[in-house]
Ligand binder design. Sequence first.
Ligand code: SAH
Length: 228
Amino acid sequence: MTFRASVLTLYPEMFPGALGLSLAGRALEAGTWSLDVTQIRDFATDRHRTVDDTPAGGGAGMVMRADILAKAIDHVAPANDTRPRLLMSPRGRPLTQARVRELAAGAGAVIVCGRFEGVDQRVIDARNLEEISVGDYILSGGEPAALVLLDAVVRLLPGVMGNELSGAHESFEGGLLEYPHYTRPQEFEGRPIPDVLTSGNHGKTAAWRREQAETLTRERRPDLLDKR
Ligand code: SAH
C-alpha cells in the first residue's frame, strides 16, 4: 500500500527537495510513497492571485485567507478522503515519534504549509486541521517542517530502512535517548573505543549501553524519564 502525501504550499519548488534523495528518494521512485504538491495560489480568484490579507484587528504582517485555502484543501482532499489533515504550526502539538508511527501506519497525510503570520483560524476549524509543531522556534514557512515530518514518516514505511532492526534501539523508541556509537579506528586522537564494546561480551555490552542511555537521558532530557 502506497503512503499518499499531499502538500499544499505557496512554494511547490521546495518539494520533494531533500526527500528526492537517499532512502526517501529511492522509496519515492519505488512507489512506497507518493507525493503530490499543490500551489495554493492556483485557487486565488483575483487578477493578482492574492492569497493573503491584512489581519483583522490590526497588527503586523499578513494572514492567509480562509476561503482560498479551503478551496485548495477541498480540491486535494474531498470530504470522503480519510487521511489526516495537518497544518504545520508553531502553536501545534509537538511532533513525537509516537505520532510519526501512527501516521506511517495510515493511508497518508494532507499537509498544509503556512506562510506570513499564519492562516485564518476559521479554515483550521472548518476543515478540522490538526496543528503540528516541529519545535519551539519560528520558521519562515511550514515547508521545512513538512519535509521534517515526511522524512520521519517515510523512513518507517515497510521496506524503506535497509536494516529493519536498526529502528528498534533508536532515541525515543524506548523512552530514552540512544547510547553513544563507536567504530574503527580502535584509537582516534588518543581516544580508544570503550573496552566493553570490543570485549565480545554481549551481556555486558547491552548493560553498558543501557546505563549510558539512562545517564544521557537524565542529563539532557529528564522530561523523557518523567513521561515513562
Ligand atoms: N505568527 C506565527 C508564526 C508564523 S511563521 C506565530 O507566532 O505563531 C509562518 C509559518 O511557518 C506558520 O504558519 C507555519 O506553517 C510555519 N512554522 C513556523 N514555525 C513552525 C514550527 N515550529 N513548526 C511547524 N511549522 C512552523
